[in-house]
Write a protein that binds this ligand. Sequence first.
Ligand SMILES: *[C@@H]1O[C@H](CO)[C@@H](O)[C@H](O)[C@H]1NC(C)=O
Ligand SMILES: *[C@@H]1O[C@H](CO)[C@@H](O)[C@H](O)[C@H]1NC(C)=O
Length: 458
Amino acid sequence: MMKTLALVSLICLTASTVGVLGVKVGQQQPQGLQKHLVCYYDSSSFVKEGLGKLVIDELEPALQFCDYLIYGYAGIERESHKAVSLNQQLDLDLGKGLYRTVTRLKRKYPNLRILLSVGGDKDIETGEDAKDLPNKYLELLENATGRTRFVNTVFSLVKTYGFDGLDIAWQFPKNKPKKVHSGIGSIWKGFKKVFSGDSIVDEKSEEHKEQFTALLRDIKNALRPDNLLLSTTVLPNVNSSLFYDVPAVINYLDFVNLAAFDFFTPQRNPEVADYTAPIYELSERNPEFNVDAQVKYWLRHSCPASKINVGVATYGRPWKLSDDSGETGLPPVSHVVDEAPVGGNTQLHGIYSWPETCALLPNQNNAYAKGANAPLTKVQDPAKRFGTYAYRAADKKGNNGIWVSFEDPDTAADKAGYVKNNNLGGIALFDLSYDDFRGLCTNDKYPILRAVKYRLVN
Ligand SMILES: *[C@@H]1O[C@H](CO)[C@@H](O)[C@H](O)[C@H]1NC(C)=O
Ligand SMILES: *[C@@H]1O[C@H](CO)[C@@H](O)[C@H](O)[C@H]1NC(C)=O
């Protein structure tokens, strides 16, 4: 199996060096060598309170490193199928709306291309019956009139506010998390026997795949006369083989951003903690839950290597350890719960920004601290295959245990190295608001972004 994969990717790499090129302007290196850095800015961080708030002045120091800025996220309106801003006051308000403020940054950073993104798992309806509503992204695909409506309205948003193009981060249904039924002794037995992750994700996935191809074709046709860019973001735990007809859609796309992370999260996997975004297969236990498998899938289906951007999260995923989770922290860790303390900056459950994780690692402030403030032990991966984690075993009363799988500047740079070794297009960073944009950790602003950029160009 591995042999075939390697062979196919080799052919694909050869093809891509002569083949389709990215869209970078003004480059000096020979074409194909230049790697792209795609930066996501989730504007919901603009309206946060406290240290997690990222406003445009603080976004700017990042922009010298980015080739593309993807502004997220717009959404779609149920029933009318229109593309809409998810926060009109923030995005559109006359004179001071962020859409225009952001696209005006091109005057200062003329090489930066700015795209508007739709979906991104941020177009979430709230309210009592929200979770019983059908997926509006699938409903839109099924309705030809709706698709046209979407194409027209999304084109108008892009054009009106001066974006350089569009990113489609379509909210397809996700793989069901694999369930672990413990209670039969070792966790390994649990893994071998009772994984049942293959329940059907979408019975009409074949139709939806075709309709999505038609949608991207129509969007590209709308954007083409103005030379506007089109990219797609494959969201975490969306199965490309179900929804992306790669050989067909790749013709319409300038590049694809594979959000190849969050394979394990406390929300999806409340009972087992594991590496959230390894580069390579950890073991036979989850052959598809790694960057390499996702990349190979696209390569194997005739995607030019130069169009693939590997998604790197700037955040970590924390679980709470119990007194049954053991002392070693060695993943997979069982008897965990989705109850790690909420980070003070992000104020979100189940996610730590890089500065939040950094503050938990050994440093001057926590060297002698005990209990809930004691530093975590950091465990690196010298082979650079799986990533880094840090943990603090629970005390005898079952308190203060934490296990975090995270990306730091070094591991993110390893992924940039993977991109270079495989001659891929570049890195897509999710997102700037979870990097250390204030320089709280080492006084360097945007350390993950910088580390990735440095590794891509050197
Ligand atoms: C398709 O969508 C349009 C609006 O975009 C709506 O008027 C029409 O009723 C929808 N058709 C079906 C079959 O749902
Ligand atoms: C993705 O779908 C294919 C079938 O199209 C299936 O073989 C594969 O196991 C799925 N991957 C995951 C991670 O569920």
